[in-house]
Every structure is written in structure tokens, then in C-alpha cells.
Ligand binder design. Structure first.
Ligand code: FES
Length: 115
């Protein structure tokens, strides 16, 4: 599977701390909405659409144990694995994130026309 990485933050323009710790936001890559979250271990990208009832996880908050909490009914998803709490039994997709010397990049699987 080939991955194409998109630069989300440029440290030269956005500064070295472009997003607050424990915050989340929605980004749009190739018309796909993704939730980009920051916790002490780094940046994580998961689906922005909550599988419970479609709220935007990018409007949620992160916890110290690296979960994203949905702003509507407070379902929680692990930022590393995408798994919801056991009682929920659901999950969100995760996407690769690379923090490089010049910025933060999020990867999406390449489409056939991008090769
Ligand atoms: S819409 Fe996210 S928990 Fe209900």
C-alpha cells in the first residue's frame, strides 16, 4: 500500500508548537475529514466522523491516556489504535502521522491517479 504524505503544519510558518497539547481539530485532505489530535507522545490522526452518530471528533478533547472524547455523547477512541472503549465495541480508522524536522505530515493511501 503506497502512502502519500500531506504537510499539515510547517514549523517555519506555524512555529514549533502549532497545536495545543490535548487539543484536536478537523483537517481536510483530498476531501476527507480527519481529526488531528496532539498528546504528549505526539500527533495522531483518526477519522473525524464519530461512528456513534456522526459528530466531529475534531471538536473533541484528548485525555491523558491518549483517547479522543467525542463532544456529543462522550464516546472515547484510542488515538493509537482507533478502538473505542470495550462497552462501545466500535472503532475509528487511524492514519499515519510523521513529525519531521520541518513539520507534521499526515498520510493517506494513494489513489490510482496519484501514481
Ligand atoms: S456522536 Fe459521538 S458519541 Fe455520539
Amino acid at each position: 500500500m503506497a502512502i502519500r504524505f500531506y504537510k499539515i503544519y510547517d514549523f517555519g510558518i506555524d512555529g514549533k508548537e502549532p497545536q495545543d497539547m490535548y487539543s484536536a481539530r478537523t483537517i481536510d485532505i483530498e476531501n476527507k475529514r480527519i481529526c488531528l489530535a496532539r498528546v504528549p507522545s505526539g500527533y495522531y490522526a483518526v477519522d473525524d466522523v464519530c461512528p456513534h452518530a456522526g459528530a466531529r471528533l475534531g471538536l473533541g478533547k484528548c485525555t491523558e491516556d491518549e483517547m479522543i472524547i467525542c463532544p456529543i455523547h462522550r464516546y472515547q477512541y484510542n488515538l493509537k489504535t482507533g478502538r473505542g472503549l470495550p462497552k462501545q465495541g466500535d472503532y475509528v480508522n487511524t492514519y499515519p502521522v510523521e513529525t519531521r524536522a520541518d513539520g507534521v505530515y499526515v498520510g493517506l493511501e494513494k489513489k490510482w491517479w496519484q501514481f
